[in-house]
Ligand binder design. Sequence first.
Ligand code: GDP
Length: 200
Amino acid sequence: MTNRITKARFVKSVININDLPADDIPHICVIGKSNVGKSSFINKLCNNNKLARVSKEAGRTKMLNFFLVNDRFYLVDFPGYGFQASGKSFDEIWADLIEKYFLNRDKIRQVLALVDIRREPTQNDIDMVDYLYINQIPFTVLASKADQVAKSKIPNHLNTLASKLKVGKDNIIPFSSATSLNIDRITNLIFEKLSNSSFE
Ligand code: GDP
């Protein structure tokens, strides 16, 4: 079956956890350090080059941004972590918002955790994946900017990521917003996760 994203619009930014959408629409989360390619991914996935720009506007970088997609689910754009080169594993504001958000996890269908395919995962990346795993939040790792490595080297990079992040290789999908590599596969994954949990 071919799933297509036909419409997407920005709904709101949330800084206070009490302002989360009150409806029952499921959430698909997009998470990762700043500059990993989150905005480019959201734009590519939704076929709208301007969509995620809103999340880059001043003051919105520490917020959860909600995009309503196909009137069916929210794509929840997380603030990019790893701004501060401090000894802390998580930026405090980030951690506070995210922890509160994940307490209300009944609407979360999948977290898409972006890491850069070219680099060793940072401690923040590792902490993020550990957090999702320990808290049993369903997630898939997406390895961004796959166009930047030779096709023949992609499996090596995935192996490195899998061992550092301690996830199975099958739980990592390389993708590129520049070439659209695996964007359809990720779209299908999202719809599959949405329909798998429709009985809930
Ligand atoms: P964000 O901070 O995570 O939202 O990252 P952006 O989407 O703004 O991307 C950060 C930088 O990486 C920008 O210069 C993008 O053009 C670049 N970028 C994003 N995705 C890709 C990709 O798939 N391939 C390549 N080569 N560059 C990318």
